[in-house]
Ligand binder design. Structure first.
Ligand code: AMP
Length: 217
Protein backbone atom coordinates (compact mmCIF):
# COMPACT_ATOMS: atom_id res chain seq x y z
CA UNK A 1 0.00 0.00 0.00
CA UNK A 2 1.36 3.44 -0.92
CA UNK A 3 2.33 5.81 1.90
CA UNK A 4 1.02 9.35 1.46
CA UNK A 5 2.08 11.77 4.17
CA UNK A 6 1.05 15.40 4.48
CA UNK A 7 3.48 17.50 6.46
CA UNK A 8 1.74 20.53 7.97
CA UNK A 9 3.16 23.58 9.65
CA UNK A 10 3.59 27.33 9.16
CA UNK A 11 6.33 28.82 6.97
CA UNK A 12 9.63 28.78 8.85
CA UNK A 13 8.84 25.85 11.13
CA UNK A 14 11.42 23.63 9.41
CA UNK A 15 9.01 21.73 7.19
CA UNK A 16 11.23 21.85 4.10
CA UNK A 17 14.33 20.70 5.98
CA UNK A 18 12.48 17.83 7.65
CA UNK A 19 10.65 16.84 4.48
CA UNK A 20 13.95 16.29 2.64
CA UNK A 21 15.30 14.09 5.45
CA UNK A 22 12.07 12.15 5.89
CA UNK A 23 11.52 11.50 2.18
CA UNK A 24 15.01 10.06 1.94
CA UNK A 25 14.51 7.80 4.97
CA UNK A 26 11.14 6.58 3.68
CA UNK A 27 12.32 6.36 0.05
CA UNK A 28 9.36 8.30 -1.33
CA UNK A 29 9.49 11.56 -3.33
CA UNK A 30 9.28 14.90 -1.53
CA UNK A 31 6.71 17.03 -3.31
CA UNK A 32 6.78 20.69 -2.36
CA UNK A 33 4.13 22.86 -4.00
CA UNK A 34 6.27 25.97 -3.37
CA UNK A 35 9.28 24.32 -5.09
CA UNK A 36 7.10 23.27 -8.03
CA UNK A 37 5.87 26.86 -8.42
CA UNK A 38 9.43 28.22 -8.16
CA UNK A 39 10.59 25.74 -10.81
CA UNK A 40 7.81 26.93 -13.11
CA UNK A 41 8.80 30.55 -12.52
CA UNK A 42 12.43 29.73 -13.28
CA UNK A 43 11.42 27.98 -16.50
CA UNK A 44 9.06 30.84 -17.38
CA UNK A 45 6.07 28.59 -17.95
CA UNK A 46 2.49 29.85 -18.19
CA UNK A 47 1.81 28.35 -14.73
CA UNK A 48 4.87 30.13 -13.34
CA UNK A 49 3.73 33.50 -14.68
CA UNK A 50 0.31 33.00 -13.13
CA UNK A 51 1.68 31.92 -9.74
CA UNK A 52 4.31 34.63 -9.47
CA UNK A 53 1.83 37.47 -8.96
CA UNK A 54 0.41 35.74 -5.88
CA UNK A 55 3.70 34.47 -4.51
CA UNK A 56 5.49 37.82 -4.44
CA UNK A 57 2.71 39.16 -2.21
CA UNK A 58 2.72 36.08 0.02
CA UNK A 59 -0.83 35.17 -1.08
CA UNK A 60 -2.10 31.72 -1.99
CA UNK A 61 -2.18 30.72 -5.64
CA UNK A 62 -5.81 29.85 -6.64
CA UNK A 63 -6.92 26.30 -5.77
CA UNK A 64 -7.68 25.10 -9.35
CA UNK A 65 -4.16 26.00 -10.48
CA UNK A 66 -2.49 24.40 -7.48
CA UNK A 67 -4.61 21.24 -7.54
CA UNK A 68 -3.94 20.76 -11.27
CA UNK A 69 -0.20 21.04 -10.71
CA UNK A 70 -0.20 18.50 -7.84
CA UNK A 71 -2.42 16.09 -9.77
CA UNK A 72 0.08 16.10 -12.63
CA UNK A 73 2.98 15.49 -10.22
CA UNK A 74 1.26 12.66 -8.29
CA UNK A 75 0.48 10.75 -11.47
CA UNK A 76 4.20 10.47 -12.30
CA UNK A 77 5.62 6.94 -11.93
CA UNK A 78 7.96 7.77 -9.03
CA UNK A 79 4.87 8.38 -6.82
CA UNK A 80 3.61 4.79 -7.12
CA UNK A 81 4.87 3.94 -3.62
CA UNK A 82 3.52 7.15 -2.12
CA UNK A 83 4.75 10.69 -1.54
CA UNK A 84 5.56 13.20 1.14
CA UNK A 85 3.58 16.37 0.51
CA UNK A 86 4.97 19.65 1.78
CA UNK A 87 3.02 22.90 1.35
CA UNK A 88 0.00 21.11 -0.13
CA UNK A 89 -2.84 21.01 0.82
CA UNK A 90 -3.17 24.49 2.29
CA UNK A 91 -6.98 24.82 2.14
CA UNK A 92 -9.90 22.48 2.89
CA UNK A 93 -10.77 22.49 -0.79
CA UNK A 94 -7.27 21.31 -1.65
CA UNK A 95 -7.47 18.62 1.09
CA UNK A 96 -10.75 17.31 -0.31
CA UNK A 97 -9.34 17.32 -3.84
CA UNK A 98 -6.34 15.35 -2.55
CA UNK A 99 -8.56 12.71 -0.90
CA UNK A 100 -10.49 12.30 -4.16
CA UNK A 101 -7.29 12.07 -6.18
CA UNK A 102 -5.66 9.49 -3.90
CA UNK A 103 -8.89 7.47 -3.84
CA UNK A 104 -8.49 7.13 -7.63
CA UNK A 105 -5.12 5.46 -6.96
CA UNK A 106 -6.62 3.30 -4.20
CA UNK A 107 -4.75 5.24 -1.50
CA UNK A 108 -5.31 7.94 1.09
CA UNK A 109 -3.38 10.28 3.36
CA UNK A 110 -2.20 7.99 6.15
CA UNK A 111 -0.56 10.40 8.54
CA UNK A 112 -0.38 14.17 9.02
CA UNK A 113 2.47 15.37 11.24
CA UNK A 114 1.90 19.01 12.29
CA UNK A 115 5.03 20.98 13.19
CA UNK A 116 4.41 23.99 15.44
CA UNK A 117 6.35 26.99 16.78
CA UNK A 118 5.60 30.50 18.06
CA UNK A 119 5.22 33.22 15.36
CA UNK A 120 8.29 35.15 16.69
CA UNK A 121 10.42 32.03 16.17
CA UNK A 122 9.08 31.66 12.62
CA UNK A 123 9.88 35.26 11.62
CA UNK A 124 13.38 34.90 13.02
CA UNK A 125 13.99 31.65 11.15
CA UNK A 126 12.64 32.83 7.81
CA UNK A 127 14.44 36.13 7.72
CA UNK A 128 17.81 34.38 8.27
CA UNK A 129 17.18 31.60 5.81
CA UNK A 130 19.42 30.82 2.80
CA UNK A 131 18.39 28.35 0.10
CA UNK A 132 20.61 26.45 -2.35
CA UNK A 133 20.02 27.23 -6.01
CA UNK A 134 20.62 23.73 -7.32
CA UNK A 135 18.45 21.58 -5.06
CA UNK A 136 16.77 23.78 -2.47
CA UNK A 137 18.86 22.66 0.52
CA UNK A 138 18.17 25.02 3.41
CA UNK A 139 20.56 26.78 5.80
CA UNK A 140 20.16 29.47 8.45
CA UNK A 141 22.76 32.14 9.14
CA UNK A 142 22.44 31.60 12.92
CA UNK A 143 20.94 28.16 13.53
CA UNK A 144 22.31 26.01 10.71
CA UNK A 145 25.10 27.97 8.97
CA UNK A 146 26.89 26.53 5.93
CA UNK A 147 30.62 25.81 6.37
CA UNK A 148 31.45 28.50 3.77
CA UNK A 149 29.09 31.49 3.74
CA UNK A 150 27.04 31.63 0.54
CA UNK A 151 27.91 28.07 -0.58
CA UNK A 152 25.81 24.91 -0.12
CA UNK A 153 27.65 22.26 1.96
CA UNK A 154 25.90 19.45 0.10
CA UNK A 155 26.34 20.33 -3.57
CA UNK A 156 28.59 23.42 -3.68
CA UNK A 157 25.98 25.59 -5.40
CA UNK A 158 25.23 29.22 -4.57
CA UNK A 159 22.96 30.08 -1.62
CA UNK A 160 20.36 32.85 -2.06
CA UNK A 161 17.64 34.52 -0.02
CA UNK A 162 14.17 33.87 -1.37
CA UNK A 163 12.28 36.98 -2.52
CA UNK A 164 9.36 36.08 -0.22
CA UNK A 165 11.66 35.65 2.81
CA UNK A 166 11.77 39.45 3.22
CA UNK A 167 10.41 40.63 6.54
CA UNK A 168 7.08 42.22 5.41
CA UNK A 169 6.29 39.26 3.16
CA UNK A 170 7.29 36.83 5.89
CA UNK A 171 4.84 38.37 8.35
CA UNK A 172 2.09 38.25 5.73
CA UNK A 173 2.83 34.62 4.83
CA UNK A 174 2.59 33.59 8.48
CA UNK A 175 -0.68 35.49 8.92
CA UNK A 176 -2.13 33.98 5.72
CA UNK A 177 -1.04 30.56 6.92
CA UNK A 178 -2.81 30.80 10.26
CA UNK A 179 -5.95 32.31 8.69
CA UNK A 180 -6.36 30.00 5.73
CA UNK A 181 -4.55 26.84 6.68
CA UNK A 182 -5.36 26.41 10.36
CA UNK A 183 -8.78 24.88 9.47
CA UNK A 184 -6.83 22.02 7.88
CA UNK A 185 -5.44 21.12 11.27
CA UNK A 186 -9.01 20.66 12.50
CA UNK A 187 -9.93 18.75 9.34
CA UNK A 188 -7.18 16.16 9.84
CA UNK A 189 -7.63 16.10 13.61
CA UNK A 190 -11.27 15.12 13.13
CA UNK A 191 -10.18 12.34 10.78
CA UNK A 192 -7.82 11.11 13.52
CA UNK A 193 -4.70 11.50 11.33
CA UNK A 194 -3.07 14.54 12.96
CA UNK A 195 0.11 14.29 15.09
CA UNK A 196 1.36 17.50 16.67
CA UNK A 197 5.16 17.91 16.97
CA UNK A 198 7.13 20.76 18.55
CA UNK A 199 9.20 22.29 15.72
CA UNK A 200 11.14 24.54 18.09
CA UNK A 201 13.79 21.89 18.84
CA UNK A 202 17.12 20.91 17.22
CA UNK A 203 16.77 19.42 13.72
CA UNK A 204 17.70 15.87 14.87
CA UNK A 205 15.12 15.92 17.69
CA UNK A 206 12.35 16.95 15.30
CA UNK A 207 13.40 14.22 12.83
CA UNK A 208 13.28 11.59 15.61
CA UNK A 209 9.79 12.73 16.64
CA UNK A 210 8.61 12.59 13.02
CA UNK A 211 10.00 9.11 12.42
CA UNK A 212 8.27 7.86 15.57
CA UNK A 213 4.96 9.11 14.18
CA UNK A 214 5.27 7.89 10.58
CA UNK A 215 6.95 4.57 11.45
CA UNK A 216 5.44 3.58 14.80
CA UNK A 217 7.06 0.36 16.08
P1 AMP B 1 6.21 27.76 0.31
O1 AMP B 1 7.50 27.47 -0.38
O2 AMP B 1 5.47 26.51 0.70
O3 AMP B 1 6.37 28.71 1.46
O4 AMP B 1 5.27 28.48 -0.76
C1 AMP B 1 5.62 29.71 -1.33
C2 AMP B 1 4.40 30.35 -1.97
O5 AMP B 1 3.89 29.50 -3.01
C3 AMP B 1 3.22 30.57 -1.03
O6 AMP B 1 3.34 31.77 -0.30
C4 AMP B 1 2.06 30.61 -2.05
O7 AMP B 1 2.03 31.85 -2.74
C5 AMP B 1 2.47 29.55 -3.06
N1 AMP B 1 1.94 28.21 -2.67
C6 AMP B 1 2.67 27.13 -2.29
N2 AMP B 1 1.87 26.08 -2.03
C7 AMP B 1 0.60 26.50 -2.22
C8 AMP B 1 -0.69 25.88 -2.09
N3 AMP B 1 -0.83 24.62 -1.68
N4 AMP B 1 -1.78 26.63 -2.40
C9 AMP B 1 -1.67 27.90 -2.81
N5 AMP B 1 -0.50 28.55 -2.92
C10 AMP B 1 0.64 27.87 -2.64
Amino acid sequence: MATYIVLLGPPGVGKGTQAKILAERLAIPHISSGDLFRENIKNQTELGRLAQAYMTKGELVPDEVTIGMIRARLTMPDCKGGALLDGFPRTIRQAEALEALLAEFGGRVSCVPYLTAEPAVLVDRLSGRWTCRAQGHIFHEKYNPPQTPGICDLDGSELYQREDDKRETVENRIRVYFEQTAPLVEYYRRLGRLFEINGDQPIEAVTAALLAVVNPS
